[in-house]
Design a protein. Structure first.
Length: 290
């Protein structure tokens, strides 16, 4: 009799354990609403990818430490995509078009979203190479379905190594540096002659611009990833701080854009840029303003 009761207890324990295991298995293998989502490797063969943008055709472009700023072939089934080297701008591969030597985190601005894909879209790619202080602009060519080198903006002087850009909700571009504490705003970035404003200083080297958004007060809030943590500040309005106009170079893409817009292309005889403003101290927003 005692042996029978022990047998029933053991059976109950095993049944409970089985139910617990089944429940755990259900959690770990549950449908999409309760578990990790289905994922797919869309590209392989990359070297230290720094970021991506999606072009007006819906194709992916990536900043690759070796190949530059390149379009990615579309994945088919289980076959992942790869870099289309004939589209690459910059990098260190032979035969590439002009572009960033070490492509950082990119962003794209479309000044006329109602006419998406009409050819005025511009990708901004910071050049984080040693000795660089440039941000490359690449203009969308709707006929070829590619971005074309459209010159570079030199942001201040020296070995600043711009490493990340973020497109703000105000239509401006925000830029961080690997070798400087300043955060700058490129005002009216798709214009032939944008202006640059130094808007804040961070506490340590910037790893990347994490995000930008507009708060309830209508101000643009910028998040910066630093080696020491995450910093947030509220950007001042355009023109509040001293700004200067960098002297960009003229390219065939610039000429094409000038024909499209009726504006004169960049000129190598442009007046020299003013001395860059000194970085302003970081602004510490109140919790209500973030």
């Amino acid at each position: 009799m005692a042996g029978s009761r022990q047998h029933h207890k053991l059976t109950a324990v095993l049944a409970t354990a089985s139910l617990a295991t089944a429940a755990l298995t259900g959690v770990l293998t549950a449908g999409p609403a309760f578990a990790d989502q289905a994922r797919q490797t869309v590209a392989t063969g990359l070297t230290k990818a720094a970021g991506t943008v999606v072009d007006p055709d819906g194709r992916l472009w990536v900043s690759d430490a070796r190949a530059g700023f390149c379009r990615v072939t579309e994945a088919t089934g289980a076959t992942a995509g790869s870099l289309e080297t004939n589209t690459c701008l910059g990098g260190t591969l032979p035969g590439n078009d002009s572009g960033p030597a070490l492509a950082g985190t990119p962003a794209m601005i479309d000044p006329s979203p109602a006419s998406h894909g009409d050819g005025d879209e511009i990708a901004f790619i910071p050049d984080a190479a040693v000795g660089s202080s440039d941000v490359v602009r690449a203009l969308w060519n709707p006929d070829g379905g590619v971005f074309e080198y459209d010159g570079a903006l030199t942001i201040f002087d020296g070995d600043l190594r711009p490493n990340a850009v973020s497109d703000g909700p105000d239509g401006n571009i925000y830029l961080s540096f690997a070798n400087a504490r300043s955060i700058v705003k490129i005002v009216n970035p798709t214009a032939l002659h944008p202006s640059i404003e130094s808007i804040a200083s961070v506490n340590s080297s910037s790893l990347s611009l994490a995000a930008t958004h507009r708060n309830s007060a209508g101000n643009v809030v910028v998040y910066v990833a630093e080696t020491s943590g995450l910093t947030v500040f509220t950007a001042p309005d355009d023109g509040v701080l001293t700004n200067y106009v960098p002297a960009p170079s003229i390219t065939s893409a610039s000429r094409r854009r000038s024909i499209m817009t009726g504006s004169p292309p960049w000129s190598s005889t442009q007046e020299p840029a003013a001395e860059p403003p000194q970085p302003t101290p970081a602004r510490t927003p109140s919790p209500a303003s973030i």
